[in-house]
Design a protein around this ligand. Structure first.
Ligand code: ATP
Ligand code: MG
Length: 262
């Protein structure tokens, strides 16, 4: 049953063939909250999100989403979740309108050939309003900037009216001011709409202040907790090796990551 946790993961181990992607990961995430997940390339971040979505069958362990056992009832659990996958590309040659992209996200849960109702259209409109893209309703998706496209993809994930939003590196193709705008949108979703936000990112600096919890992953759970308890030299060294520096400024720790990510 729903017991106040958005996610409960216990002893999760995931393998691809012989390769271990996640090893004995356990954590609980309260609802609503803002969780930021960081970790080097190949550390299992995307694998963890996909496991929460029930898209990957773990080797062992259990995953609950709002009290629902994902392994037994993936569809029901997935209906609670909006997902913005890593580096998604929608073909630029296909002239799809912004509103259709968002509508497709909503209708995907009903299956093919569903005729949208007035209620569906209202939800699409609300989702685009939440990300500040309602004026782009009729525009072609392919003509938008990277940041605008990212906001539309967030709207598409929101159109299913999720209780939790999972975002896999939504900042990888956007400039810093746009990153700020998107972060503001996500923070407002958590504060005003009571949506739990789980964000995978490479640069933890801009998100520290927004985050209730930070997770450092490197196949194992290296650290999990409140930002100032997690963002410490010894913890980061364990996760990243020497390529990371921390500076503390007015009580807030900043991480300078030497990790480069394409
Ligand atoms: N479909 C797959 N088949 C085989 N191995 C995979 C598959 N997906 C991921 N892996 C491997 O599992 C490990 C974890 O991958 P994952 O994509 O979860 O890492 P990540 O932390 O998201 O990395 P990045 O920062 O590059 O996005 C990597 O070593 C990767 O090569
Ligand atoms: Mg990834």
């Amino acid at each position: 049953m729903d017991n106040g946790y958005a996610v409960e993961v216990e002893n999760l181990t995931v393998k691809y063939g012989e390769e271990i992607a996640l090893e004995d990961v356990s954590f609980k995430l309260e609802h609503p909250s803002f969780l930021t997940i960081i970790g080097p390339n190949g550390s299992g971040k995307t694998t963890l999100l996909k496991s929460i979505l029930g898209l990957i069958k773990p080797e062992k362990g259990s995953i609950k989403v709002f009290g629902i056992n994902v392994l037994e009832n993936a569809t029901k659990a997935r209906h609670m979740i909006g997902y913005v996958p890593q580096r998604e590309r929608i073909s630029t040659n296909v002239p799809i309108r912004v509103s259709d992209i968002v509508l497709m996200g909503r209708l995907a849960r009903y299956g093919p050939l569903t005729v949208p109702s007035k209620h569906d259209m209202k939800k699409v409109k609300e989702a685009l309003e939440l990300v500040g893209m309602i004026d782009f309703w009729d525009k072609k998706f392919s003509n938008l900037s990277g940041g605008q496209q990212q906001r539309v993809l967030i709207a598409r994930a929101l159109a299913v009216e999720p209780k939790m939003l999972l975002l896999d590196e939504p900042f990888s193709a956007v400039d810093i001011p746009t990153q700020r705008e998107i972060l503001n949108i996500l923070f407002n979703l958590r504060m005003r709409e009571n949506i739990t936000v789980v964000l995978v990112t490479h640069d933890v600096n801009p998100v520290i202040e927004c985050s209730d919890k930070i997770m450092i992953l490197n196949k194992k759970l290296i650290a999990y907790g409140k930002p100032n308890d997690v963002i410490k030299d010894e913890v980061l060294l364990k996760a990243y090796g020497a390529a990371v520096k921390i500076i503390a400024h007015e009580g807030i720790c900043y991480v300078l990551s030497g990790d480069t990510h394409a």
